[in-house]
Design a binder for this molecule. Structure first.
Ligand code: AMP
Length: 182
């Protein structure tokens, strides 16, 4: 089963994905974390991604897709994965469909976590990540609205989208998500 955790930067996708992965024993793929590791390890992909990440822009699809394809082809992901921060463009969503059909996987749930913009802004500022300065946060939120939010329509047509209110503490939001799994 493929579960996509969807939502703007700072809604808690990473935190919830980690909890789900630990409690349900499903591998968790965060493209942001994978890219940050590649950047820290100074791999070729990491060096190519660094400038985009630091400015809050999206990393080019080919680079991100290489990571996703590699991960979903590994034996650990034979039964699926929790995707966090991916897909972020329509081209990525379409490419994911191809990768999944190759591996006999399907999207079971798209969990759309919603949090008020002001609360997101405050959460991100507290996180103190290098790409969490006020200007970069603003840019990432804009990129989300323009490039990523429209993908929801792509999935809504398949009746796999559930919207969750993420304005609550971690455990409460987890329970809301868990209640959606049948
Ligand atoms: P995140 O940890 O999901 O907030 O991602 C941090 C940064 O990594 C983003 O601001 C992008 O620069 C890059 N990134 C992560 N996932 C993707 C993706 N699916 N497509 C393009 N860029 C991504």
């Amino acid at each position: 089963m493929i579960v996509i955790l969807f939502g703007a930067p700072g809604v808690g996708k990473g935190t919830q994905a980690e909890l789900l992965a630990a409690r349900k024993n499903i591998p968790h793929l965060s493209t942001g974390a994978a890219l940050r590791k590649a950047k820290a390890d100074q791999t070729e992909a990491g060096r190519m991604a660094a400038g985009f990440m630091d400015s809050g822009a999206l990393v080019p699809d080919e680079l991100v897709l290489r990571i996703v394809e590699e991960t979903l082809s590994s034996p650990e992901c034979a039964h699926g994965a929790i995707l966090d921060g991916f897909p972020r463009t329509l081209a990525q969503a379409e490419a994911l469909d191809e990768i999944m059909s190759k591996h006999g996987l399907a999207i079971s749930y798209v969990i759309n976590i919603q949090v008020a913009d002001q609360a997101i802004f405050e959460r991100l500022l507290q996180r103190k990540r290098v790409d969490d300065s006020p200007e970069v946060i603003r840019h990432r939120m804009q990129v989300y609205q323009q490039e990523t939010a429209p993908i929801l329509n792509y999935y809504a047509k398949r009746n796999v989208v559930t919207t969750i209110d993420g304005n609550a503490d971690i455990e409460t939001v987890y329970k809301r998500i868990d209640a959606e799994f049948s």
